[in-house]
Design a protein around this ligand. Structure first.
Ligand SMILES: Nc1ncnc2c1ncn2[C@@H]1O[C@H](COP(=O)(O)OP(=O)(O)OP(=O)(O)O)[C@@H](O)[C@H]1O
Ligand SMILES: [Mg+2]
Length: 251
């Protein structure tokens, strides 16, 4: 693993009113590394990832993408960042190719058409000249991934990116993550499908109620939990981190 941290999250706190969504979270992701961000519904995963794109302002602490603060350097950060979220809205009246040309226009790429053609082949999108309104979930998600990769970002964030995908499309996404890792991208992979995380992640962090309750390589977490797979390790580590229920006191 190279040693350049492309994502640095330091003592991040995010509050929505009186609710704490992220509590004193620190983590780093390096070039050529896939970091799995796991945790139950409402743990604060998406909130954390949104701070990287400057969509949410930290209440305290800071996040850096390639050394830059997203809110202060929005354009520079968006040039380095690719985000794939589940169910991202797409321009329904356009074809996939038109949409990619539109998104690509933001990045001032030297050979946008060539880049689109490459992604069309890599992500197996023979439907790129059909209207998006006619696409299935998997076709949409592959287009979303192409959109995130148009500008060859050095930081790639995938938040439940394989939601609703069939086995073939899911394999394509996992293969893609491996390829991006090999080209030196820093990747944050958030999922509820722990078999996927076990397969693609170099390191994993488990968030619970906004706190990082465990972090390590997959073998380290398996060893620590005495578990044979990441799902069992996750359950044991999350359980161990849960606050002990207060004893009922009988007068
Ligand atoms: N814009 C918002 N306003 C108020 N509360 C919010 C907002 N966004 C998130 N939250 C709250 O912050 C907490 C963390 O939400 P978040 O979406 O980050 O969780 P998550 O880990 O991504 O969960 P899931 O696995 O369900 O996607 C939740 O309690 C949620 O209700
Ligand atoms: Mg989420």
């Amino acid at each position: 693993m190279a040693s350049t941290p492309l994502v640095e999250i330091e003592h991040l706190n995010v509050r929505f009113g009186s609710k704490t969504a992220v509590a004193d979270l620190s983590l780093r992701v390096h070039a050529g590394e896939v970091y799995g961000l796991l945790g139950p519904n409402g743990a604060g995963k998406t909130t954390t990832l949104r701070t990287l794109a400057g969509l949410i302002e930290p209440t305290a602490g800071r996040v850096l993408v390639a050394g830059l603060k997203p809110l202060q350097n929005r354009t520079a950060v968006l040039r380095r960042l690719g985000m794939v979220m589940a169910n991202t809205p797409l321009p329904e009246s356009m074809t996939g190719r038109e949409a990619l040309r539109y998104y690509g226009g933001f990045y001032d790429l030297a050979d946008l058409e060539g880049r689109i053609a490459l992604l069309e082949a890599d992500l197996d999108m023979p439907y790129l000249d059909e209207p998006i309104a006619d696409y299935s979930t998997g076709m949409r998600q592959r287009l979303n991934i192409a959109r995130a990769l148009l500008h060859e970002p050095s930081v790639l964030v995938l938040d439940e990116a394989t939601n609703g995908l069939d086995v073939t499309s899911r394999r394509a996404v996992l293969r893609f993550v491996a390829e991006q890792r090999a080209r030196g991208a820093a990747i944050i992979y958030s999922t509820h499908i722990l078999a996927e995380a076990e397969e693609v992640c170099d390191r994993v962090g488990i968030l619970d109620q906004g706190r990082l309750v465990a972090e390590g390589t997959v073998p380290e977490l398996l060893e620590r939990a005495g578990a044979r797979n990441l799902e069992l390790a996750y359950l044991r580590l999350a359980e161990a981190a849960a606050p002990t229920p207060t004893q009922e006191v009988h007068p």
